[in-house]
Design a protein around this ligand. Structure first.
Ligand code: FAD
Length: 247
């Protein structure tokens, strides 16, 4: 049985007009990297709750979450106003199957995220398991504008720790930014630009894809990969594509 417990805001980092991070002290139960919990606030006498992926790895404290303030969104627009010392409800029990335990062994793990969908990947990458199980790990991070690219210091530190085994590719859809790919992930897989930029081929006998964030990206990449012999990963029929939709 999951309970609501009171968490305390340690820090609210306002990155841009639409992006922020909350660091929260809360004594929740153990979770797996890649899982989500629910956060809630009592607004006009009603508890408004939404799921949020842990960005912090299971051993990291405080807990950390990366948010987009959705246009007209009730909870995200209330969470963004919290300050250090304020309280927030946190479900003590985490959930979700977007975890490495569900991913079959293979050579290359591709992590494709849009916007705040980078969060579960950063949690997973700060555990030992991906580095013990996969030869190469590719993190692909797609945003609209350059200022939306966050956690680059964290990604740089991962590169320093893991060298050539870790490859990072940013996508910016609305601006031309040196060192990043322009446009959307599905198109760049279709014409081979992503594989070329990263320096790895994709094949059913070596690659697994974890897709997280915008449901259009998840759907379009899944449909494209299915035309190339990759299959959805299911418990009973292990495959190559593991997904998490944010809305
Ligand atoms: C498993 C899971 C994990 C999630 N993890 C995160 C997370 O780590 N960070 C996060 O910001 N959100 C995350 N979400 C989305 C989150 O639960 C809320 O939907 C979001 O914060 C909007 O809530 P709201 O009440 O402000 O607006 P709502 O009225 O509930 O939603 C408004 C609209 O905003 C858009 N939207 C929702 N989430 C996003 C987003 N992340 N980026 C861009 N547009 C969005 C959708 O079009 C949605 O219909 C996750 C969702 C799921 C299902």
């Amino acid at each position: 049985m999951a309970d609501w417990i009171q968490g305390k805001i340690v820090e609210n980092i306002h990155w841009t007009e639409n992006l922020f991070t909350l660091r929260i002290d809360a004594d929740i139960k153990a979770y797996k990297a890649g899982q989500f919990t629910s956060l809630a606030l009592d607004i006009d006498g009603e508890r408004i709750a939404r799921p949020y992926s842990h960005l912090s790895a299971p051993h990291q404290r405080p807990l950390e979450y990366f948010f987009y303030t959705a246009t007209g969104g009730v909870l995200s627009n209330a969470l963004v106003q919290l300050n250090a010392g304020d309280t927030v409800w946190v479900k003590d029990q985490s959930n979700g199957f977007f975890v490495l335990e569900e991913v079959p062994d293979c050579k290359d793990l591709w992590m494709l995220g849009t916007g705040t969908g980078i969060a579960p990947f950063l949690s997973i990458l700060h555990t030992d398991e991906p580095w013990q199980r996969f030869e190469n790990i590719v993190l692909v991070y797609a945003v609209r504008t350059e200022s939306d690219l966050r956690y680059l210091d964290t990604i740089e530190a991962l590169k320093e720790s893991h060298g050539d085994r870790f490859r990072f590719q940013a996508f910016v859809s609305r601006e031309q930014v040196p060192g990043t790919l322009h446009g959307r992930i599905p198109a760049a897989i279709e014409d081979g630009r992503l594989q070329q930029a990263v320096g790895l081929e994709q094949s059913a006998d070596r690659s697994h894809f974890m897709l997280c964030g915008n449901p259009d990206m998840v759907k379009d990449v899944t449909e494209l990969l299915k035309t190339r012999d990759f299959r959805k990963n299911r418990r009973r029929t292990p495959g190559h594509i593991t997904t998490e939709n944010y809305w």
